[in-house]
Structures are given as C-alpha cells and as structure tokens.
Design a protein around this ligand. Structure first.
Ligand SMILES: CC(C)(COP(=O)(O)OP(=O)(O)OC[C@H]1O[C@@H](n2cnc3c(N)ncnc32)[C@H](O)[C@@H]1OP(=O)(O)O)[C@@H](O)C(=O)NCCC(=O)NCCS
Length: 160
C-alpha cells in the first residue's frame, strides 16, 4: 500500500517533531545534539535544506542536507517507523540529491551507525558506497561507516 505524501521545505513549526524523531530514531543512546533550537538554526541557514515529507499536518519524515562547494553532506535523516518501506525515504533523498545535482555538486556524503543495517542498506540501494569506518564517531559511543556517492558529470552549464 502506498500512502499519499508530499515534500516541502521545513518551517519553524516542524522543529519539535524533527528533533523528537532525531532523538528516538537516530540519536538513541547518545546525548542529543539535534535539539529544537539546533533544528531551527539549520532551517535558518542558507547553505542547508531541512526538508520534510508530510501528509497534510502529519510529518512522515525529514532530511537535512548541507551544501558545500564540492560536496553535499546529509547530516540527519529519518522516517517515522510506521511509515517506512513505502518510498518516503527514497522521495526525500531524491529531492535533496537533485538540489546538489542542479548546483553542480559532484559528491554526496553521509554517515551511518555501524549497527544501522536498514540505514546502510537504504543508502547502498541508492548508489552510495562505503568508503571508510570512523571509530567513535558517535560521541565515542559507536563507530560510523562513511558512505559516498558520485553525481558524475557536473550539471553546472553556466560555467561553459
Ligand atoms: C533508512 C530509512 C530512512 C529508510 O526510509 P524508508 O522510507 O523506509 O525507505 P524507502 O521505503 O524509501 O526504501 C527505499 C529502499 O531502501 C531500502 N531499504 C529501506 N529500508 C530497508 C531495510 N529496513 N532493510 C533493507 N533495505 C531497506 C530498500 O531497498 C528500499 O527499496 P524497496 O522499497 O524497493 O525495497 C528509515 O529506515 C529510517 O528512518 N531509519 C532510522 C533512521 C536512519 O537510519 N536514518 C539514516 C541514517 S542516519
């Protein structure tokens, strides 16, 4: 079954829900960095997109991507447990990646907890390759795998 949903940029009204999802689905067992004020700061930044999937007033998932000159970094990403495996994560990831592609950014980077089999499988399915393991990346509590994806040819036609 497919649920209806749409993608939009987050507003400050989404900050509490995003912070709660991060605490329970990403930062479990760790001191929480992604508090509501931290989410609000990310929303305010002009080199960051905080993007949500929603069904009307219900937030189904979110992603936070930082766009740098040469690479984009997916810093936080989660879908509500009850709405997983229905393409919500895929739609959010594609949206965030397309922005990087249009900006001519060649490399996409993301980390996942080594024990996060679903997350790692999700990224590999979307073309990310494991490039390294980083000991203690998660506040010294857990190691990370670093994954990268190359966007290939630059789409920055303005440079030609
Ligand atoms: C990883 C996560 C975002 C995936 O979201 P989702 O909405 O379930 O993903 P989709 O339904 O779009 O899945 C797309 C593909 O990813 C893969 N995938 C997703 N969940 C998977 C799982 N639990 N096990 C194996 N593969 C999985 C599948 O190949 C799937 O393709 P399919 O539908 O053809 O089988 C979600 O499981 C989640 O929020 N996990 C907790 C937080 C997290 O791990 N965040 C990322 C790392 S910080």
């Amino acid at each position: 079954v497919n649920i209806p949903f749409a993608i939009r940029l987050a507003t400050r009204h989404d900050a509490e829900t995003i912070a709660r999802l991060s605490r329970t689905e990403v930062e479990y067992g760790l001191p929480s960095r992604w508090t509501p004020p931290a989410i609000l700061r990310a929303i305010a930044r002009n080199d960051v997109n905080v993007t949500v999937a929603h069904d009307g007033s219900v937030l189904l998932g979110f992603g936070i991507m930082e766009y740098h000159d040469e690479h984009a970094h997916l810093v936080l990403f989660a879908v509500e447990p009850e709405y997983r495996k229905q393409g919500v994560g895929r739609a959010l990831l594609v949206w965030l990646e397309e922005v990087a592609l249009i900006a001519g950014i060649a490399t996409l980077k993301v980390e996942a907890r080594v024990t996060n089999r679903a997350g790692i499988a999700f990224y590999r399915k979307h073309g990310y390759r494991i490039v390294a393991t980083e000991a203690g990346y998660y506040r010294g509590v857990e190691d990370a795998v670093r994954l990268e994806k190359s966007c290939g040819v630059s789409t920055n036609h303005a440079a030609r």
